[in-house]
Ligand binder design. Structure first.
Ligand code: GMT
Length: 377
């Protein structure tokens, strides 16, 4: 029997897809018998109830009065080294190069005992941060000092190589969803709270940052609503919220758009939608489109980054050039007017999510990477 491992995981516990993927991966590895130690500043938001084999170590920041900016990164590196020693970790798996991979490198230097580190790149750490010349060398150092580096799409591997001149190997590990959680939920009774029976539901879920192009979401909806009765449900919160509210008011769409705020049970909420809109400027993968896909909801979006690796144009959704809201609206209308095509797309979505982005397969890919860096065949 292959040896069970002790794995430390660090991620942004309260934020976005990278935190979700890291937490779900930890839960799945724990189910497979590995011992998982989350080392983060707060409890990962998807961790939920008690799980066998999972432990949480809180990073406390030292706010000694001379510090104008309390040094979270140094506290994290010390905590990583402390947990690695106490728990005799085999591997530290960090999600995000900055600062987590840099902290892991520091922890490794402190330990000097062969602790292995794996870094998963999620996108923003490369496509946004690596544009900053002052951070480039630091990100490059973090990548080169990791024993293995993975990225969540082919596009992100390509971008990492292009922006940072990285030539060392990067493993492809697509995002995944747990098929026991993500499946089409029965939402008939909930749906009536948001839409009349003859109305279609369009949905967008994100952190409302500029890269998500949330105003495009409203423009697409506006065009669709001129042709067919529809509602737009917006899930999430973020910096573009006020701008969105203004635009909705100016367009007279207040009665057709509902803000649902942040939602815990994404599978339940997504199951309300007829289509998901994802017109992002940048998107290394687009986890939300996979969550929708697994719940049988096609995505209409942009050809940004890794989205085309996930959404098959004309089979599980439709893709247009970034900013081409007229084309995206046309796709929504065509799909929602044709019930046979919509049902075909829904079935293709579930099939693709289950087979191509299956939690079991991707968890085993990560496991293989851990065994490889540890030299265990
Ligand atoms: O998209 C965001 O703003 C959040 C960000 C994150 O750090 O969670 O998402 C990134 O990682 C996700 C998980 O791998 C990917 O699905 C998202 O595409 C990626 N976001 C971007 O590349 C903009």
């Amino acid at each position: 029997m292959t040896r069970k491992l002790k794995i430390g995981i660090t991620c942004y516990p309260t934020l976005g897809g990278s935190g979700v993927v890291a937490t779900e991966l930890g839960k799945l590895l724990a189910e497979r018998g590995h011992e998982i130690h989350f080392i983060t500043h707060s409890m990962p938001f998807r961790l939920g109830k008690y799980h066998k084999n999972i432990f949480f170590h809180e990073v406390e920041v030292n706010d000694y009065y001379v510090f104008r900016y309390p040094p979270y990164d140094l506290s994290l590196a010390s905590k990583m080294a402390q947990v690695a020693t106490m728990q005799q970790l085999d591997v530290l798996h960090v999600h995000y190069a900055i600062p987590h991979a840099v902290c892991a490198y520091l922890a490794k230097q402190m330990m000097n005992n062969g602790l292995k580190t794996v870094t998963t790149l999620h996108g923003t750490d490369i496509t946004v941060l690596a544009q900053d010349e002052s951070l480039k060398d630091l990100i490059r150092l973090a990548i080169h000092q990791s024993d293995a580096v993975t990225a969540v799409s082919k596009d992100l591997i390509h971008e990492t190589r292009r922006l940072l001149d990285i030539v060392t190997p990067i493993d492809l590990t697509y995002n995944f969803v747990d098929k026991r959680v993500y499946y089409p939920r029965e939402v008939g009774s909930l749906r009536v709270d948001y839409a009349d029976p003859n109305e279609k539901i369009l949905m967008h879920i994100s952190n409302f940052r500029p890269v998500k192009r949330v105003t495009d979401v409203i423009d697409i909806f506006h065009r669709v609503q001129e042709v067919m009765p529809a509602k737009l449900l917006l899930v999430g919160e973020g910096p573009e919220l006020s701008k969105m509210q203004c635009k909705i008011k100016n367009m007279g769409l207040e009665n057709s758009v509902v803000f649902l705020g942040k939602q815990e049970d994404v599978a339940q909420v997504i199951s309300l939608a007829d289509v998901l809109l994802l017109p992002s400027e940048k998107e290394s993968f687009g986890l939300v489109a996979l969550e929708a896909m697994a719940c049988g909801v096609p995505t209409i979006g942009s050809r940004a980054g890794g989205i085309p690796e996930l959404v098959v144009h004309g089979e599980t959704g439709f893709l247009s050039d970034i900013g081409d809201v007229a084309d995206m609206a046309q796709h929504v209308i065509a799909l929602l007017k044709d019930e046979e095509m919509h049902q075909r797309f829904k079935a293709a979505c579930m099939e693709r999510a289950r087979h191509e982005f299956c939690n079991d397969v991707i968890t085993m890919q990560y496991e293989d990477i851990y065994y490889r860096v540890l030299g265990i065949a």
